[in-house]
Design a protein around this ligand. Structure first.
Ligand code: WTA
Length: 570
């Protein structure tokens, strides 16, 4: 679908002219606004919360509106300062130190945000885990990070293989504490803890966050972020989210994924805005209701959610007053031009696509309020970052040539390491270029257009899934001999997970067996990683060195030419 550009709207935007800003911008100008630019010592939780709580004009502003089906709560910046201080004191009481990994495995709640910020205040590294993870997924992440403490709820505790995690010394329970075991009671400890805390001042390059994410090989990797990322969170919040102090902002992402931390925690609070956090499941009525009830002005969501709203129809939308909204953005998957068209009708607004990754820590290629949108394009590089399309040797390609989407390394929120895996970290770089794994091209006017993943990573409803993790789980099932997993294009979910398997002797294909295998992955990893389709084959194509040829599986599935199969095993 070819669509006309959608012109920028008139308005008092934080960034008036992209080109001019792009040419002049220096990160140092952001730094100099913060007091730590003098001392060099910083703490991102202080900058996000305490800086506002210590300002008499700001301290009583609502920082967090928590809204779930059976709970609603508002916390001011001062409330959040005190609660996170209390949690930091609890951590100190139990000997958590700078650099320790403290993981969180729970649903979104005020308790989660107090704990997350409290962890950062001690200088420890926070590791938020998506609440839908099952045992294997939880184990892999806690094992690799060697987390010494976990904050979780009684409901999720049986997915934590406590006895098999020697580094995990302490578990904080948010809720009814089980009697059989040595647990720390969140509410009891918080009640007793002081509201004053001496923040651990750290260096800009000290670690603050680990997000596990999938590649095409191996288990999920710990992407390591440092306090310096705050520069990018703050400035993209200003220029891309266009946040102003009286905004009410809602980011729909879970903090188990990077969007839910960079843009569900840091960007809004660094910019001092009221942040809506919605618990519970997606439903079109509740989502429109949330926009309406809290008069949300800036909304950051994902194509998969927008597509569901499109299919829910106009009638649901028309029941709600959405007139408070002034700015809408999207991330995670290609934003279909059809969805942009829906936005201009249903919301009377443009939807601004943004492109970035767990590894980039913050937005990299974006559509800005003051810029014309070309529907289907991810936009242009954020000021202070350089993007290009490069070939496999790292040479820049001219406009309209497809290649690797790459970024000149060194932006503030770039990952600083892959946890305990320096080889993997280095494999991302070609000379000075960080190579994203996405293919794209740039048009003559500098707009970037996403084309696809270059590796086998699957993007299902905006969630990144590594085929290896799913294959490994599949072959643990007693009936499965071999497995190859691919992403299959799907109009609503972007891609769905499709598994090809071979069966062990003595097993016959049946609907029950396939369902059992599906449930096995779902119970072991998580619902979003369970294959929606499973097909039984006589063999799984492999290279002579034993690597599964997922590309060939995909070509078969899509009825495409199979290309070079010279490395195929006999
Ligand atoms: C994909 C999420 C098309 C891409 C913040 C990237 C996108 C991966 C877009 C990162 C977009 C993200 N258009 N594709 N606007 N944004 N992606 O690490 O393939 O969960 O490499 O980070 O999502 O996913 P991740």
């Amino acid at each position: 679908m070819d669509m006309q550009p959608i012109p920028a709207r008139e308005g008092n935007h934080n960034m008036k002219d992209y080109k001019e800003v792009y040419e002049q911008f220096q990160w140092d100008s952001v730094k100099s606004q913060f007091s730590w630019s003098e001392t060099g010592k910083v703490n991102i939780a202080y900058e996000a919360i305490d800086r506002h709580a210590d300002n008499p004009d700001k301290k009583d502003q609502t920082a967090l509106i928590y809204s779930a089906p059976n709970r609603e709560e508002k916390l001011t910046f001062e409330d959040l300062k005190f609660k996170s201080n209390q949690f930091a004191n609890v951590l100190k009481k139990y000997n958590v130190n700078k650099g320790d990994r403290v993981f969180l495995f729970m649903h979104r709640s005020p308790e989660f945000y107090a704990a997350f910020l409290g962890i950062l205040k001690t200088g420890a590294i926070a590791g938020p885990l998506f609440e839908a993870f099952m045992e294997q997924a939880v184990r892999d992440r806690l094992e690799d990070s060697e987390a010494s403490m976990l904050v979780t709820t009684p409901e999720l505790l049986d997915r934590v293989p406590v006895d098999e995690l020697p580094n995990l010394k302490q578990i904080v329970i948010v809720g009814d504490v089980p009697e059989n075991g040595d647990y720390i009671d969140y509410y009891k400890e918080m009640d007793q803890a002081s509201k004053d805390f001496d923040i651990e001042w750290v260096d800009l390059e000290d670690g603050m966050l680990l997000h596990y994410t999938s590649g095409s090989t191996g288990k999920p990797k710990g992407v390591y972020h440092v306090h310096n990322a705050m520069l990018q969170h703050y400035q993209t919040g200003k220029w891309v989210l266009d946040l102003k102090e009286d905004d009410t902002y809602w980011c729909t992402a879970d903090p188990g994924w990077v969007t839910g931390t960079s843009y569900g925690i840091f960007a809004p609070w660094l910019n001092g805005v009221t942040n809506v956090i919605r618990g519970g499941r997606f439903s079109p009525d509740d989502w429109y209701g949330t926009l309406d009830k809290y008069n949300v002005t800036v909304w950051y969501s994902a194509p998969t959610a927008f597509r569901k709203l499109v299919s829910a129809g106009e009638e649901v939308a028309s029941k709600h007053d959405l007139s408070s909204l002034r700015h809408v953005l999207s991330v995670g998957e290609p934003l279909n031009p059809e969805v942009i068209t829906w936005g201009t009708k249903a919301l009377n607004l443009r939807i601004h696509d943004t492109w970035w990754m767990t590894e980039t820590g913050g937005m990299m290629i974006c559509n800005y309020p003051a810029m014309d949108i070309r529907p289907g394009s991810m936009g242009k590089p954020f000021p202070g970052t350089e993007a290009a399309i490069v070939d496999n040797d790292g040479n820049e390609l001219p406009p309209n040539r497809m290649g690797n989407l790459a970024l000149k390394k060194g932006w503030p929120s770039m990952m600083r390491a892959v946890w305990k895996n320096p080889g993997k970290y280095e494999s991302y770089f070609l000379g000075d270029w960080y190579v994203s794994g996405d293919s794209a091209y740039m048009d003559e006017d500098g707009y970037f257009w996403f084309q696809g993943r270059l590796d086998d990573v699957i993007n299902t409803s905006g969630e990144r899934v590594g085929p290896f993790e799913v294959e490994s789980k599949l072959i643990e099932h007693e009936a499965v001999a071999e497995a190859g997993v691919i992403g299959k294009p799907d109009p609503e979910r972007g891609e769905i997970i499709k598994a090809f398997i071979t069966l062990n002797d003595g097993y016959e294909e049946s609907d029950e067996l396939l369902e059992d295998i599906r449930q096995f992955v779902k119970k072991g990893l998580s619902a979003h990683a369970a294959p929606r389709e499973i097909e039984i084959k006589d063999t799984i194509p492999k290279t002579r060195s034993g690597k599964i040829m997922r590309r060939l599986l995909k070509s078969w599935e899509l009825g495409l030419p199979t290309g070079d199969t010279s490395t195929l095993e006999e």
